[in-house]
Write a protein that binds this ligand. Structure first.
Ligand code: ATR
Length: 293
């Protein structure tokens, strides 16, 4: 009889509705195959379609994952905020964002909640050499969940001058007020009608609205006032090149699409479940890019 020690088996997944389009299984299963043999684990990362209609569905699904010995899961639309009541230990960043994108189940059954979206965003900029967040001013468009994650991460990364414009001005003002009152972060709300002048002198422009996403119209903005040295980023990754990024490229701007944010937010989650901080290899990026063909 051989006395081989079986590697630890771990399972994690992405819970959302819909989840069929998610690239997270590709990312995490790539890392499981890459790091598992070396670090002594095996595992699977699966799609967990949980419809929002059933009022007890999310609670039951999380309890079921715990019963089945999951290491944890990612949460995506529409569960990022709805999952908060089921978390025992909420990470400070997730608490500030009022949303979780990662759950980690401990051996004692307790659930910790994290939000790595902002980390993923800032890392995607560092990857292309945008590292001095305190320099220059940053123009952010949008005031929803994605915008709040971006704003908090930018502030934490040292951004000093942040301007915000949103279609519904009152939402931008409410975000600016909340950031000042609760986080001590200064964000200047600028009227949507002035969104073209608001680009003057910016070193970074971020689209965190839904405009330009597959099935949505292009963001209505004229880039003439934006210095050509500014980096233009979009949190959207379907399509990889939004009309905004295409227009920015045509003006000579460096651009960053939302794929970098997606890849980078996955790293700390994988570390929490499998114990290894994974790298975004050129091979992984190529595999992820190939899913858009
Ligand atoms: P997410 O969580 O992805 O950020 P969300 O919370 O629904 O999604 O936010 C969507 C963002 O896109 C909001 O900033 C929204 O602006 P409003 O606050 O005015 O709703 C913005 N948005 C949606 N439709 C838009 C449009 N046609 N033009 C400009 N901005 C739009």
């Amino acid at each position: 009889m051989t006395n081989s020690i079986k590697p630890a088996y771990k399972v994690a997944g992405i819970m959302g509705w819909p989840v069929g389009q998610s690239r997270s299984p590709l990312i995490h299963n790539y890392w499981i195959a890459k790091y598992g043999p070396e670090f002594g684990f095996s595992g699977d990362y699966i799609r967990l379609p949980v419809k929002p209609e059933d009022p007890n569905g999310l609670k039951a699904a999380i309890a079921g994952m715990r019963a089945m010995g999951f290491a944890g899961c990612n949460l995506t639309m529409p569960h990022k905020t709805a999952a908060l009541p089921f978390v025992d230990h909420l990470d400070p960043m997730a608490k500030r964002m009022g949303a979780v994108n990662t759950l980690v189940f401990a051996d004692d059954g307790s659930i910790s909640g994290f939000n790595n979206d902002g980390f993923g965003y800032v890392e995607s900029l560092r990857e292309v050499g945008y590292t001095d967040f305190a320099k220059g001013s940053i123009a952010v468009l949008g005031a929803g969940g994605a915008a709040r994650a971006v704003l908090l991460a930018l502030a934490d990364a040292g951004a000093k001058e942040i301007r915000l414009a949103n279609r519904t001005d009152a939402n931008a003002q409410a975000v600016a007020q909340k950031f000042a009152d609760e986080f001590g972060v200064s964000v200047k709300a600028v009227p949507w009608a002035n969104r073209c002048q608001f680009l003057e002198g910016a070193s970074l422009l971020v689209n965190a609205t839904s405009q330009g996403m597959y099935g949505q119209p292009a963001l209505d903005i004229n880039l003439d006032a934006l210095p050509v040295s500014a980096l233009v980023s979009d949190v959207i990754y379907v399509p990889l090149e939004t009309p905004l990024l295409a227009a920015a490229k045509a003006r000579g701007h460096q651009t960053v699409n939302g794929l970098g944010m997606l890849l980078n937010q996955a790293r700390p989650a994988f570390k929490a479940w499998f114990g290894v901080m994974p790298e975004i290899t050129p091979e992984l990026r190529a595999k992820a890019l190939a899913t858009f063909n």
